[in-house]
Design a protein around this ligand. Structure first.
Ligand code: PLP
Length: 447
């Protein structure tokens, strides 16, 4: 039961937010009025002493939970030895150990090579460069709804929201966006049943793009998110993913899986692409990899990552403290949290199904996901009109009710807590979500 009815943020939080608005760049996405003091596991506390359940995990990042003692110990131990030496110029074992571990879990049968970065967007930049270098081709195919990052190369692949691109043109030439398989909301305007029966998104690449726009043999890579993240936690049909692989094999194109959000055990497997039985050529990773320390990785088939010395580099990429945090995180995920993601994820999805009849916005909603990467697309009616305003109300009310939850896509909520979250915390979080939905629906006159 909720007992805390304090207005959030309180006086201390308000003051920090006001100072922030005076000095921080205004470019950041409008933020939620939550000012953290500390976190532990899947709970956080604000500077005014209010407690929250964290269904957001810092955008699917704090995989082992906030400040897991083993991750903290690994960080301290490494920081006491050395914090930086530049892995681009010198060697250190913790980086090698992490690369060995990532290579061992790469979702393809061939040996892998690894390039470590500081972030997801840099992992995508690295993947674009490897793909162009290896194939000596210029074009890249990406998908509507995709989010691949904000630096100019990665941004060129992103087609999530116009605001993210507007004002920054011209972007990288040679990028072509095509519809992503989403049977619930087919971009070709087809009915869900027809789309599930036969998705035409891959046909579109062959029949339109390769016939009218670019020759297939000029394409270096197809990049996709095995589960679209910022686009709304959209799970594609396995046949579509297989079609992408087939297209790549047919035309000598590389398949890049951007697993920045979906990877590292979040979906109950190391990589979301494993749910589809398809092997990519390159994987991009970041977010959950080091439980919140900045780190990313490009993991490629060894023969693909064959670029020469000097072709790429980074001063901070593969920072030793981040590598130590990553090794501790991967061990925790492997030894239990990945299975926990499966178990808690199943429970959350069935609990959401039980909530369906009680909430107008859930009645025709898309409730989908794998493991602890769950999307709930709120809609107003059976025609699936996106409940955008209602989603904003839920997010706002959730904060007041002690729940951090993020939106994704036009009207979806994403549930992506730490992979260590336990059943009691899940239940409490769902109670708070249930309450927030009810309040939002009342405010909007739907109840
Ligand atoms: C799939 C995907 N790729 C790339 C990125 C960019 O990662 P970062 O914000 O670490 O640069 C994100 C971030 O949300 C993402 O979800």
């Amino acid at each position: 039961m909720l007992t805390d009815t304090t207005t959030r943020p309180g006086i201390k939080g308000q003051a920090i937010i006001e100072r922030d608005h005076q000095v921080m760049s205004g470019a950041l996405t409008p933020r939620y009025p939550f000012v953290i003091e500390r976190g532990s596991g899947a709970r956080v506390w604000d500077v005014d002493g209010n407690e929250y359940i964290d269904f957001a995990a810092g955008i699917a990042v704090t995989a082992a939970g906030h400040s897991h003692p083993k991750v903290v110990a690994a960080i301290i131990e490494q920081a006491q030895k050395f914090i930086h030496i530049a892995g681009t110029d010198y060697y250190y074992e913790v980086q090698v150990r992490l690369a060995e571990k990532l290579a061992s879990i790469a979702p393809f049968s061939e040996p892998a090579r690894v390039f470590l970065t500081n972030s997801g967007t840099e992992a995508v930049e690295g993947a674009i460069k490897v793909a162009r270098w290896y194939t000596d081709r210029k074009h890249i195919i990406a998908f509507y709804g995709a989010f691949h990052g904000r630096t100019l190369g990665a941004l060129s692949l992103t087609a999530s929201k116009v605001i993210q691109r507007d004002g920054f043109f011209p972007l990288l030439p040679g990028v072509h966006h095509v519809p992503f398989n989403n049977p619930y909301r087919c971009l070709h305007g087809r009915e869900e049943a027809a789309c599930r029966e036969h998705c035409i998104c891959a046909d579109y690449i062959t029949d339109v793009l390769f016939k009218r726009v670019i020759p297939a043999d000029s394409v270096a890579a197809i990049i996709f998110e095995p589960i679209q993240g910022e686009g709304g936690y959209v799970v594609p049909d396995p046949r579509f993913v297989q079609q992408l692989r087939d297209l790549c094999d047919q035309h000598g194109i590389l398949l890049i899986a951007d697993e920045v959000q979906s990877g590292i055990g979040r979906t109950g497997k190391w990589w979301a692409i494993e749910h589809f039985g398809v092997e990519p050529d390159i994987v991009c990773s970041a977010k959950g990899i080091a439980s919140g320390m900045p780190l990313g990785a490009v993991i490629a088939r060894s023969h693909v990552m064959s670029w020469p010395p000097g072709a790429h580099g980074s001063t901070f990429g593969g920072n030793p403290v981040s590598c130590a945090a990553a090794l501790a995180t991967l061990e925790l995920i492997e030894s239990g949290y990945m299975q926990n993601a499966v178990d808690q994820g199943k429970y959350i999805r069935s609990a959401l199904e039980e909530m369906r009849p009680h909430h107008p916005a859930l009645r025709h909603a898309r409730i989908d996901g794998r493991g602890l990467m769950i999307g709930v697309e709120l809609v107003l009616d059976e025609r699936r009109t996106p409940a955008k305003e209602l989603r904003a109300r839920v997010e706002r009310l959730a904060i007041q009710n002690g729940l951090l939850i993020l939106g994704a896509g036009e009207s979806a909520l994403r549930i992506c807590p730490a992979l260590m979250i336990d059943r009691a915390t899940v239940e409490q979080g769902l109670e708070r979500l249930d309450l927030s939905l009810t309040q939002a629906e009342r405010e909007a006159g739907l109840l």
